[in-house]
Design a protein around this ligand. Structure first.
Ligand code: FAD
Length: 406
């Protein structure tokens, strides 16, 4: 069969644009499509953490990010339900020696990545993919609709579903399933005039949403990205109304002073976060899933951009290898799953453990208190964030006993 492309990537968020950029480096012929036009917003906390920076660095995009409207952050503040807080300075990561993160609104960040990809590969904005093309059980392209109603088809050796939580690619191929135990739901709103903002991202473990948290992140021009998220099954069990809980958090004793003169800009939006506490199937005959379509968000921190970019890179490299081998069947594409879980499996397991730990209020109180009191513990948390502590140590229960009771 004569294909139009080696790969068609459906969705040009961080997963899709990253996949396109790495695929182009390997000489693949790529089409990157999105139903929206860029720049476009995405509901998010906008925190661009250490892992994302690895790929931005490799792709030569750090300078572009630093020139864009953003805030460079140097630490994280954790606070516990009983109101103890600790500020932990970021240390150089094991990956790239960079010790800061960024908060960059997604309308800016995603556009930066997309425009970089647009310079290198074919792109179509305003093309909503409606179905995948399948022959004899093998996916060989996509069918979509342009905004003027025109139907279009493109063929490729491999289709990459990078189309986020509601992934049409996953739906059409029978891989769309969301278990409320493995999904977070969160709000996001921008405010003007929140006081006490610094160059730290703030994660507040407020009682109402444990094991989730209330966040306040600094955005450029003195704005704040504020949100609140929790596990969907816990939300149902506790009967929490998320929007209401968001408003109540801003009016709570702890935060009301900081929000006294704050102005909500626009609405409080809510969206879903498919987390990687469950291994979903992410490949099949002629297709793979990346980013949120594959459900790769960190179940503890709610961060998904880094893992989306990581999966995009692994997808591109696997597709390049398979194009050389001329194999696009399910057995060959299993290689993508193998590489993906090798890269992310153990850290997602650890994050799930941490999320489960955070269900117990006294334990969260204890950990934050101990970190505030003991430098050894706050240093250890900084090392965990920076990836300088070995996975073996991170996964050992003995480590935690030693830290808590030393
Ligand atoms: C409230 C909230 C806060 C969050 N905070 C953070 C944070 O601070 N830091 C962090 O790292 N992560 C955060 N996340 C997670 C993060 O937003 C996601 O993990 C990340 O956006 C995943 O990237 P992606 O490229 O897989 O998907 P997306 O960013 O969702 O991109 C998918 C793209 O696919 C396109 N698309 C969808 N359907 C079609 C179709 N049929 N045809 C064509 N195109 C299509 C969409 O238009 C979109 O551009 C947060 C999530 C939420 C909901």
């Amino acid at each position: 069969m004569n294909y139009d492309y080696d790969a068609i990537i459906v969705g040009a968020g961080p997963a899709g644009s990253t996949a396109a950029l790495y695929a182009e480096r390997r000489g693949l012929k790529v089409l990157l499509v999105d139903k929206k036009h860029f720049p476009r917003d995405k509901i998010c906390g906008d925190a661009i953490s250490g892992k994302s920076i690895i790929y931005l660095d490799e792709l030569g995009l750090i300078e572009a990010l630093e020139q864009a409207p953003q805030v460079m952050v140097d630490s994280v503040v954790f606070s516990s339900p009983n109101n103890t807080s600790v500020q932990i300075k970021f240390i150089p990561t094991v990956y790239n020696n960079i010790s800061n993160g960024y908060v960059c609104r997604r309308i800016i960040f995603d556009n930066l990545l997309f425009q970089a990809a647009k310079q290198k590969v074919d792109t179509r904005e305003g093309l909503s993919v409606e179905n995948v093309l399948v022959k004899d059980g093998q996916v060989y392209g996509v069918r979509g609709r342009m905004e003027d109603g025109r139907e279009v088809e493109h063929t490729a050796k491999i289709v990459v579903g990078a189309d986020g939580f509601s992934s049409i690619v996953a739906r059409k191929l029978g891989l769309y399933e969301h278990d409320p135990d493995h999904m977070l739901v969160a709000t996001r709103a921008y405010y003007k005039g929140v006081t006490g903002m610094t160059n730290a991202i703030e994660l507040h473990y407020v009682d109402a949403v444990l094991p989730g948290y209330f966040w306040i992140f600094p955005v450029e021009n003195g704005l704040a990205n504020v949100g609140l998220g929790m596990v969907k099954s816990a939300l149902k069990k506790k009967g929490v109304k998320l929007r209401q809980a968001h408003i109540e958090a801003t009016r709570s004793i702890t935060f009301k002073e900081r929000f006294k003169d704050a102005e909500l800009l626009g609405d409080i939006h809510g969206w879903n976060l498919p987390v990687g506490s469950k291994r979903r199937k992410v490949h099949g005959n002629g297709f793979i899933l990346v980013g949120d379509a594959a459900g790769l968000i960190d179940p503890f921190t709610g961060e998904g951009i880094g893992n989306a970019m990581c999966s995009g890179k692994i997808a591109a490299e696997t597709i390049a290898d398979l194009c050389e081998a001329g194999r696009f069947d399910e057995a060959a594409l299993k290689e993508y799953s193998r590489r993906l879980w090798k890269a992310l499996g153990s850290e997602l397991n650890l994050a799930y453990r941490l999320q489960r730990t955070a269900r117990f209020k006294p334990l969260v109180n204890l950990i934050v208190k101990r970190a505030a009191e003991k430098k050894e513990i706050s240093d250890w948390i900084a090392g965990m964030i920076a990836g300088t502590i070995s996975k073996r140590e991170l996964l050992s229960p003995l480590t935690y006993l030693k830290l808590m009771f030393s």
